[in-house]
Design a protein around this ligand. Structure first.
Ligand SMILES: [Zn+2]
Ligand SMILES: [Zn+2]
Length: 152
């Protein structure tokens, strides 16, 4: 019996990181194909500063995500019994981590001493990106409703 998680491309961390990247790139791509302010800003380049800010925020958020994922959170290689102060054992990683914060399943890694700042920058930038993207979607719906209303 083959265990799915034994296949290299079925590992949880690969799937979750691929889904995250696909969402962060896919949702704006869909919005660019529709009649939205993002299309007017990015595709027709009517608002260059708007377009550059949005794309920079998106890139920054992705870079922080992958830094938080890939930077060693501060694993302790010595046996668990001799762990230093403020470290904690992670059951998911099977390792002790310096200044352990939590095991993040959206990153599929621990958040600890060395990736904590990237994790916070990721949270800040992805929150801003989500709010901005919701506002673009909302404005497009309002714009379409107004158009339907006034043309009727
Ligand atoms: Zn341990
Ligand atoms: Zn962990």
């Amino acid at each position: 019996m083959i265990n799915l998680s034994d296949l290299p491309f079925c590992r949880a961390y690969i799937i979750i990181r691929a889904v995250h990247t696909a969402l962060v790139i896919g949702v704006p791509l869909v919005l660019i194909t529709q009649d939205t302010e993002l299309r007017r800003a990015v595709y027709y380049f009517e608002r260059p500063i708007y377009a550059i800010c949005y794309l920079l925020l998106l890139t920054f958020s992705l870079v922080m995500y992958f830094l938080a994922c890939l930077v060693n959170p501060g694993y302790i290689e010595t046996p668990c019994k001799t762990q230093p102060m403020r470290s904690k054992h992670c059951e998911d990683c099977k390792k002790c981590v310096r200044k352990y914060d939590h095991h993040c399943h959206w990153l599929e890694t621990c958040v600890g001493e060395r990736n904590h700042r990237f994790f916070w920058l990721f949270l800040l930038s992805i929150s801003a990106l989500i709010l901005w993207t919701i506002s673009i979607t909302w404005n497009a719906i309002v714009y379409r409703l107004e158009w339907l209303y006034f043309s009727a």
